[in-house]
Design a protein around this ligand. Structure first.
Ligand code: ATP
Ligand code: MG
Length: 758
């Protein structure tokens, strides 16, 4: 009864307390969003420590993110009176795996100081292996192989464990061979990839019973949050550790399983009761987070899924407002509207810290960021970069900056070898040297070098080719819109091709971001105007003390809660995503719907969904259809409004695609042939003019910068050059020398790279 409940547990309800107190034996806590699963797990951890059932170092506790681990550590600290001297085994699967592997590295042939390689390193390594083994890398790209290997590792499969289907899935049956070689190469490098952090441990546990027993003995209690998103290798690993004591408590919600694309298997929930017979199953049905309206809407939505265990949820929270579904005309209006709504909440006294905008894809944030900066609304992007700080956006901007301003060395250095052109650190060093000595911008210096024998012929040709590109783009920048310019640059520079060859889910996101960048540029007349806008946007970063709106993806929002949640972009093709529609399967659609459920259930008080009737892609308008998930919402708990001109939405008006009323918008372009942006004028002012720079072409002698020749060198001098040795000056043209080297023959070099020999 309530009287016997200790004060610190009195806040929990009966089933939650049962989950806390049932410390011995397996416990499965299966419950819907906001029912206090994570709270119960936190209290359970505190209870174990308070009652001294185990030392903190004897408890294994797995969270889904590092942030969740930090929060849990803090809360347990409070609940135990702060007497907690750390929790060494509280963290994500990866962080715990890495820690274990440091201790037993030698058992898999690694040293304890092994490095964890990132995706870039992984791809480079795979590429080498693919080449070494004469596999056609165009047909069987490294990305694809990386994806397969991740998948195998997520399933706990070593090369020898692959199924016949797995073996056939790469290079006509050579997948297993390359996977083995890859694993062996990693060991030689004293390195492992992310997948190895768990796979190696699993292998160690299987082969070295003594090590496994050591951990089985150590971990008196095992706790796992967000259990529905564990994958096979994580599951096998947990099962081995918990097998002897069986004091394992897992917490999850099948309706919130949203990571199957990373190998998560919701079936692990069902398996649990089989592997741990007699497990206590705790069901939590009272939701403490959301208003009845939000809960009803979310429950109604998820009921449309066929693949679920099904559960009841109720709340005795006071009634709130219905969900609002707002239809707007286009993306800019969506951003304006969001800004207005948030400002209104602020006026009503809401803290910005309690406001979140959850998006399906990263590219969606750009429109909001631009708008919020304009109206001075502070925001933070969680789990990602601000739009203009993302790598692919910075790359694209760097190209544009060099076009607008050839003396922009930082920009040039960023992209001279991006995409990879085989220009290495040595080439860059040489370019810097030459630029320093002559006071030329890096781009100009590299071009001049390319006209000599200072660099290997291949590097010279590559640089010349790149500079020809810049000349073309610079001319083009006067004739076409900034956004058209961007498109040409991305294509000509090989950037598009690079993303296309890359088949990872992230690369699709990067491509979407670049489309969004082009969309942003459509609002600007000149490249200079646009770059100035970006510079201002990048500069306006609010201080840490100020309250901010949170912008993040729905995936990243799992487990979190906010008073006010905004969900923009609920249109077919945005959410559900185009990819899930293209795949077409029921499973991928149901996963998108679970994501919608996760998104709505983050809201405590108000939830607002927005959708636009039109989106613009590369200057083309296309009308969009509201997300099917809006139709899944129970009508009595939503309020719809459209704020579009004419009060009628595009889809209601039944316009055909060909009669696009906005067709004229995309056709009317300002005549810019006479225009020169400020960027161009700056470029002229630096003295780096297209007329002065000529690139070496077959059959044409090359003149270039009128850099000052050295006065101490005259024809016939004997000179020394680092690379080519001693030689005699036989020609002089500006700062370039033609030298007959004693060993290397006749070469063209730059005078600052030679010393006069006595
Ligand atoms: P999710 O499925 O989204 O991860 P959850 O089941 O983990 O949700 P919690 O985050 O633990 O739910 O709790 C949701 C909210 O309810 C929190 O604000 C928490 O403080 C509160 N809460 C949890 N249990 C109780 C309770 N017994 N009484 C009052 N409030 C509670
Ligand atoms: Mg939770």
């Amino acid at each position: 009864s309530a009287q016997n409940v200790p004060e610190w547990l009195s806040r929990l309800n009966q089933p939650q307390r049962a989950a806390v107190m049932t410390t011995e034996g397996p416990v499965l806590m299966l419950a819907g969003a906001g029912t206090g699963k994570t709270s119960a797990l936190t209290h359970r951890l505190a209870h174990i420590v308070r009652e001294r059932l185990a030392w903190p170092s004897e408890i294994l506790c797995v969270t889904f993110t590092n942030k969740a681990a930090r929060e849990m550590r803090e809360r347990v600290g409070k609940l135990t009176g702060g007497a907690l001297e750390g929790m060494p085994w509280l963290g994500t699967f990866h962080s715990i795996g890495a820690k274990m592997l440091r201790r037993h590295a030698e058992l898999v042939g690694l040293k304890s100081n092994y490095t964890i390689i990132d995706t870039d390193d992984q791809l480079r390594l795979l590429k080498t292996l693919i080449r070494e083994n004469d596999i056609d890398e165009k047909r069987w790209p490294p990305r694809q192989l990386a994806g397969l290997i991740d998948n195998w590792k997520n399933r706990g499969l070593n090369p020898a464990d692959l199924t016949a289907v797995d073996k056939e899935s790469y290079a006509n049956g050579r997948g297993q061979e390359i996977y083995s070689l890859y694993q062996a190469r990693l060991i030689t490098l004293n390195a492992c990839d992310f997948g190895d952090l768990l796979l190696h441990i699993l292998n160690i546990f299987r082969k070295h019973r003594d090590v496994l027993e050591q951990y089985q003995k150590r971990f008196k209690y095992v706790l796992v949050d967000e259990y529905q998103d564990t994958n096979a290798v994580q599951y096998l690993w947990l099962r081995l550790i918990a097998q002897s004591r069986k004091n394992i408590c897992v917490v999850g919600d099948d309706d919130q399983s949203i990571y199957s694309w990373r190998g998560a298997e919701v079936a692990n929930i069902l398996r649990f009761e089989k592997d741990f017979p007699g497990a206590s199953v705790v069901k939590l049905e009272q939701n403490y987070r959301s208003t009845p309206q939000i809960l009803a809407a979310a429950s109604g939505l998820i009921a449309a899924n066929s693949q679920r265990l099904g559960k009841t949820l109720w709340t005795d929270m006071p009634a709130g407002e219905n969900l609002r579904v707002i239809g707007v005309w286009d993306a800019p209006e969506e951003a304006r509207r969001l800004g207005e709504e948030i400002e209104r909440l602020e006026r009503e006294g809401a803290s910005l810290e309690q406001v979140a905008i959850l998006v399906r894809a990263q590219y969606q944030t750009r429109e909001f960021e631009d708008r919020f900066i304009q109206i001075g609304l502070n925001y933070r992007i969680v789990g990602g970069f601000r739009f203009y700080e993302r790598a692919e956006i910075r790359d694209a901007l760097a190209y544009l900056r060099v076009i607008a301003q050839p003396a922009d060395d930082l920009a040039f250095e960023r992209i001279y070898n991006q995409p990879k052109r085989g220009l290495g650190a040595k080439t860059l060093e040489k370019m810097h040297q030459h630029a320093r000595r002559t006071g030329m911008p890096l781009a100009a210096a590299s071009l001049e070098l390319a006209d000599t024998d200072e660099l290997p012929a291949r590097a010279s040709n590559t640089i010349a080719e790149l500079m020809r590109g810049f000349l073309r783009w610079r001319e083009m920048s006067e004739a076409v819109t900034p956004s058209e310019l961007l498109r040409s640059v991305l294509e000509d520079a090989g950037y598009d091709a690079m993303l296309k060859a890359d088949r990872s889910p992230e690369s699709a996101g990067r491509a979407e971001n670049l489309v969004e960048l082009a969309r942003a540029m459509e609002e600007y007349e000149t490249l200079g105007d646009f770059l100035e806008h970006v510079a201002l946007v990048m500069d306006s970063d609010a201080s840490d003390e100020e309250e901010k709106v949170t912008i993040m993806t729905m995936h990243a929002a799992k487990g979190l809660e906010f008073d006010h949640v905004f969900l923009p972009g609920w249109e077919e093709g945005v959410f559900p995503s185009q990819r899930s529609l293209d795949e077409g399967g029921l499973a991928s659609l149901e996963e998108e719907r679970r994501l919608a459920y996760v998104a709505i259930t983050r809201a405590r008080r108000r939830c607002t969904i927005l959708h636009a009737a039109n989106r613009r892609i590369f200057g083309q308008w296309s009308s969009s259809i509201p997300s099917r998930f809006i139709e899944d919402l129970p009508e009595d708990h939503i309020e719809s409004e459209t704020t579009m001109t004419g009060g009628r939405s595009l889809w209601q008006a039944n316009w055909s695609e060909t009669e696009d009323p906005f067709a004229h918008v995309s056709q009317s372009r300002p005549d810019r042939s006479q225009k020169r942006g400020p960027g161009w004028q700056r470029a002229l002012a630096t003295g780096y003019d297209t007329k002065q720079v000529r690139v070496k072409e077959p059959g044409r002698s090359s003149a270039s910068f009128a850099a000052k020749p050295r006065s101490d060198i005259v024809m016939g001098d004997r000179v020394f050059h680092d690379k080519f040795g001693y030689g005699k000056v036989i020609g002089q043209e500006g700062n370039k020398l033609e030298i007959e080297f004693e060993k290397a023959g006749v070469k063209r070099v730059i005078d600052s790279f030679v010393t006069v020999a006595d």
